[in-house]
Design a protein around this ligand. Structure first.
Ligand code: ZN
Length: 116
């Protein structure tokens, strides 16, 4: 897949967010939160567990969702595509592969080395 514009990346991120929210069963909850929980609380819990049962899978989805939302926020702020550590532009190839990357490859490697 070839991505040509930032707008396209943004659309991909928005689609990713929608699909993550769906898999996490968030849409259902968000809607009912708005209406108030009331007697539907038990139903909500069931709905959520029908979506994704495995806790680790859910955690991974939650983490990805957070990254995706953060990337979209950076679009709003006008900082999308800029490395958070060195403030240089992140390689286009890297954004294509991972649209929610917030670090350039070099800074990512430095951070990983620090962790190990
Ligand atoms: Zn960097």
């Amino acid at each position: 897949m070839v991505i040509r514009s930032r707008e396209e990346l943004r659309r991909i991120l928005e689609e990713e967010r929608a699909s993550l929210l769906k898999r996490l069963g968030r849409e259902v909850i968000a809607e009912r939160e708005y209406l108030g929980y009331g007697n539907h609380m038990a139903d909500d819990a069931t709905d959520v567990y029908e979506q994704v049962k495995d806790w680790t899978v859910r955690q991974t989805l939650e983490n990805t969702l957070r990254d995706v939302e953060y990337a979209l926020q950076r679009f709003e702020d006008g900082t999308y595509g800029i490395c958070e550590d060195c403030h240089q532009e992140i390689d286009w190839a890297r954004l294509e592969a991972k649209p929610y990357a917030t670090l350039c490859i070099r800074c990512q490697q430095i951070r990983e080395q620090r962790l190990t």
